[in-house]
Design a binder for this molecule. Structure first.
Ligand code: ZN
Length: 121
């Protein structure tokens, strides 16, 4: 009798996405990339369409305090989206928004500098 097993044992787990790290398969997530003006760290920030955005006229507005993992300075983001979740205006105090490509490039540089440091020691 595997009836109960089917009921309780067959729950689907979250699928592991193979779309890369920059834009995960995440239908309610919006991803933005912020570079700290002080230390240059680029951080990826997720905004949840359902929980993080406030309705604002015909679109949405998102308020977020971003803290990078290097100098821990606060960056204050205010981003407006239209109803299709396209960014219409963005403002970041203490940093600037960059592209996903910039984020990838930043991570490559980090990996390279780590490899070089390991070689010197
Ligand atoms: Zn910083």
């Amino acid at each position: 009798m595997s009836f109960l097993k089917k009921l309780f044992g067959g729950r689907a787990t979250t699928p592991s996405s193979s779309t890369g790290n920059t834009q995960p398969n995440d239908p309610t997530g919006l991803y933005l990339f912020a570079r700290c003006a002080h230390c240059g760290t680029v951080v990826r920030v997720r905004a949840d369409k359902q929980n993080d955005l406030n309705h604002d006229g015909g679109g949405y507005v998102w308020h977020k305090t971003i803290v990078d993992s290097k100098c821990f300075r606060r960056m204050t983001a205010v981003v407006s989206f239209d109803r299709d979740f396209n960014v219409t205006t963005s403002d970041l105090q203490g940093g600037e928004f960059v592209s996903a490509a910039d984020y990838d490039q930043y991570n490559e540089q980090i990996a390279l500098s780590k490899a070089q440091t390991a070689g010197d020691e």
